[in-house]
Design a protein around this ligand. Structure first.
Ligand code: HAM
Length: 417
């Protein structure tokens, strides 16, 4: 029979990879909660219109990458390609703005983009991200950037670069668009085919094209910073000032424009050179006009999202945590005692596995070895009658017969070693 395979661009996460996944999620939760964020979960699919209006019709995501279908009620549904638009929808729909001055959310879940799969790029991938709504201070921009850097650092990821820029609001971006077009038009023929198309629809995207010829051309392109108005420039200067206060080193990159249309001021990415072409580990920025666009509300907002699979690829020194104890029992009459012991150990938080079937000693030891446990508890009828157990230390290759209480003390003390 033909085995059914996972869809191209999707991945099963199990074993060591799933441990990495839960570890990354746990650190994110710990850090974000210390900054006052709370978890939000929105649906995986939404009305297609939300993403068209939110992300922008001219973007690659909306134009080429969305998983859009009609449901049985003939509604146009899209699997979320990102979560910012959904959070804004939830915030507006649930009237959260009327309940609190500032809302800080974090999320963790699957996103879907029909891209060409390669290392670090999937069609279903996971994002961990945050959105803060209701505050326009540049302190928040810097704090969000600092928190995201803190998150990656806590995971032990080094050699990261924080790139920042400001793309300004619609008006200054429109001015910049014209300036850029004046610069690009005379060189149009030398741009790659994608960029020749981008010139008409979204010329700013030419700035982050990966093609060498295009890169060479945009090297001398005018800077978007020069098109910002006075307030935007001041905001950007303040973000940099506060980043220094938060001790975050950054690189200013006036070619950083991001692929989603909703940004209105600060944008940033945290990149690495360890992931080949997919160097962006995390990206985000301020999107002060998105709430106007989706719900006619003048509420400022800022956020970021990181690709969990990309983060996982950077966890070089990750150690898989094996079960700590394996319980080997010899003799049918001892089985129940073994089960009781396993529950006592689990109740005090020790990661314990028990064998379910009758086995000989050799077979038990083989199993314990394969599991990579630190300790094995061995009990037979003899030990039960004496109220003892045999504690075998797999790392130090020692074993001794002990009262259960003494063994318990040893196990408790050595769990953090
Ligand atoms: P984004 O830059 O499109 O931003 O995605 C954020 C991160 O998701 C990327 O830096 C990357 O690590 C990961 N990512 C994106 N596409 C893929 C893929 N196909 N496979 C694997 N990983 C991927 C956003 O999505 C914005 N919503 C971020 C944001 C939040 N801005 C403001 N608030």
């Amino acid at each position: 029979m033909k085995i059914i395979k996972a869809i191209r661009g999707t991945k099963d996460i199990y074993g060591e990879e799933s441990e990495k996944f839960t570890y990354v999620s746990k650190i994110a939760q710990e850090i974000f909660e210390t900054y006052g964020y709370s978890y939000i979960k929105t649906p995986i699919f939404e009305d297609t219109e939300l993403f068209k209006r939110g992300i922008g019709e001219g973007t690659d995501v909306v134009e080429k990458e969305m998983y859009t279908f009609l449901d049985k009620g003939e509604r146009s549904i899209t699997l979320r390609p990102e979560n910012t638009a959904s959070i804004v929808r939830a915030y507006l729909e649930n009237g959260i703005y009327a309940k609190e001055d500032i809302s800080r959310f974090y999320y963790n879940g699957s996103m879907f983009r029909y891209e060409r799969p390669q290392a670090g790029r999937q069609r279903e991938f996971n994002q961990i991200g945050v959105e803060v709504l209701g505050e326009s201070s540049p302190i928040l921009d810097a704090e969000v950037i600092a928190m995201s850097y803190d998150f990656l650092s806590k995971l032990g990821i080094s050699d990261l670069e924080v790139k920042i820029n400001s793309v300004g609001c619609n008006e200054s971006r429109e001015n910049y668009r014209n300036t850029l077009l004046n610069y690009l038009e005379p060189q149009k023929e030398n741009l790659c085919e994608d960029c020749r198309n981008r010139i008409d629809k979204n010329p700013l995207r030419v700035l982050d094209c990966k093609n060498d010829k295009c890169k060479e051309i945009v090297k001398n392109a005018p800077s978007i910073i020069d098109s910002l108005d006075k307030d935007e420039k001041e905001h950007y200067e303040n973000v940099k000032k506060y980043l220094n206060l938060f001790n975050i080193s950054y690189i200013e990159d006036s070619r950083l424009v991001r692929g989603l249309d909703y940004y209105s001021s600060t944008v940033y990415e945290i990149v690495t050179n360890k992931l080949g072409a997919q160097g962006a580990v995390l990206g985000g920025g301020r999107y002060d006009s998105l709430l106007k666009q989706l719900g006619d509300k003048d509420i400022p907002a800022v956020g970021f999202a990181s690709g969990v699979e990309r983060i996982m690829m950077l966890l070089d020194d990750f150690q898989k945590s094996n079960p700590f104890i394996y319980i080997a029992w010899i003799g049918e009459n001892v089985k129940e005692e073994a089960i009781k012991i396993s529950q006592i150990l689990r109740n005090i938080g020790l990661k314990t596995c028990i064998e379910y079937n009758e086995r000989g000693m050799k077979s038990h030891m083989k199993k314990a070895n394969k599991l990579g446990v630190k300790y094995c508890i061995i009990i037979g009828e003899d030990e039960v009658s004496k109220n003892t157990i045999i504690l075998k230390d797999f790392e130090n290759r020692t074993q001794e017969e002990l009262s259960f209480t003494t063994a318990l003390e040893i196990l408790k003390d050595s769990r953090f070693l």
